[in-house]
Ligand binder design. Structure first.
Ligand SMILES: NC(=O)c1ccc[n+]([C@@H]2O[C@H](COP(=O)([O-])OP(=O)(O)OC[C@H]3O[C@@H](n4cnc5c(N)ncnc54)[C@H](OP(=O)(O)O)[C@@H]3O)[C@@H](O)[C@H]2O)c1
Length: 340
């Protein structure tokens, strides 16, 4: 098995390279900056291939002969589509670490036919929120049957965001431009359904904002639900007004090892049935960046080792949700379904 890691010189990319090495999976590190890539290669011993995302032909050549591509180069709204296209052209499966809801939906809208035709599987959003959130929503859907309303609330605390994440957070898209699912499609909407949310094991309710979360773009593809929307826990006054690019450039590249250990994330999904019953699925862990690397690498490994239907798939369409969450339990991720 050989996996190409695109964006291997970045913060998340380096974590994914370390995870590939830890798992003993042969990899090719792909990126535009030979010096930064060689530094990543020095730590792992992996082959390096130079390709700028803006040069489609070179990128396709870089992916030739690999079984799957893990793409960790964001912002995905700007950089994602050419990488999906090159992976499909090279007949390699594809997963990415995207958290950008509109990009994720766009991958389904744009590449379904090409991926099916090439016989490869494309699974965007294999990160902590997109992957684990999709899996727990699927298990919740199985436990409750068809839901009238599903709401996913995500809460990050105790850590800091990487520069790459901050560059990928377009406040207009993340907050105002969030899509919700209703009437069989995805649309923008006005106010959020909730101003606060009760997360598991917390005494106080947490302030939440309407947000463009990945599971909203993937879950309605495999769970029968009338309406679904996303909420982000915490206060985001600074993010909502936008952070100047120069300020982002001056920040640390990402959390250091201690900050990664302190960082916690919780995904809390509620399903309400037309009959008034509610149930919750909750999944939580630490070190969102480290878990994202683990999730993306395991997803690519499973696509190659176990295979999946060709096309663009949601995480739960490509992988068995319980098996994948069981794998993540070995990395300290906890999950539960509770009937209300
Ligand atoms: N839970 C989540 O949703 C989640 C978790 C983790 C990461 N992410 C996402 O993953 C992405 C990466 O985050 P990060 O912190 O790792 O960012 P980063 O450190 O800025 O890394 C970005 C990578 O993209 C590469 N790149 C940029 N422009 C390129 C181009 N034209 N051609 C080739 N490569 C190019 C960079 O290469 P250079 O080194 O040459 O600049 C670098 O390797 C972000 O979109 C982030 O939001 C999401």
């Amino acid at each position: 098995m050989k996996i190409a890691l695109n964006g291997a010189s970045g913060y998340t990319g380096r974590l994914a390279a370390a995870e590939l090495a830890r798992r003993g999976i042969d990899a090719v590190l792909v990126g535009r900056d030979s010096e930064r890539l060689r530094a990543a290669s020095a730590r792992t011993g992996f082959e390096v291939r130079i390709a700028d995302i803006r040069d489609q032909d070179t990128l396709e050549v870089a992916f030739r002969g690999v079984d799957a591509v893990v793409n960790a180069a964001g912002p995905f709204a700007r950089l994602g589509s050419p990488v999906v296209r090159a992976a499909i052209a090279a007949e390699a499966h594809y997963v990415d670490t995207a958290g950008e809801q509109q990009y994720i939906k766009n991958v389904f809208d744009t590449f379904a036919d090409a991926a099916t035709h090439a016989g490869v599987t494309v699974v965007p959003a294999m990160a902590d929120d997109g992957g684990a959130g999709d899996f727990i929503s699927h298990l919740l859907g199985e436990a409750t049957g068809a839901a009238d309303v599903m709401t996913v609330a995500v809460w990050y605390r105790g850590g800091i965001l990487s520069r790459g994440t901050l560059r990928s957070l377009d406040p207009d898209l993340l907050f105002g431009g969030a899509l919700r699912y209703e009437n069989g499609g995805w649309t923008s909407y006005g106010e959020a359904s909730h101003l606060s949310w009760r997360f598991p094991d917390e005494q106080e309710v947490v302030e939440v904002s309407k947000a463009a979360l990945p599971p909203v773009a993937t879950v309605p593809r495999h769970v029968s639900v009338e309406r679904m929307e996303g909420l982000l826990g915490g206060s985001f006054d600074r993010l909502k007004s936008g952070i100047d690019a120069a300020v982002i450039d001056s920040l640390p590249e990402g959390p250091d090892d201690e900050q990664r250990r302190q960082a916690r994330w919780t995904i809390s999904v509620e399903a309400a049935t037309a009959g008034g019953r509610t149930a919750r699925g909750e999944v939580e862990g630490t070190d969102g960046y480290g878990k994202t690397a683990v999730i993306a690498v395991e997803a690519a490994r499973r696509l190659v080792a176990d295979g999946a239907k060709a096309g663009v798939l949601a995480p739960s369409q490509a992988f068995d949700p319980e098996s994948f969450l069981g794998f993540l339990s070995g990395h300290g991720v906890r999950w539960q379904i509770t009937q209300g």
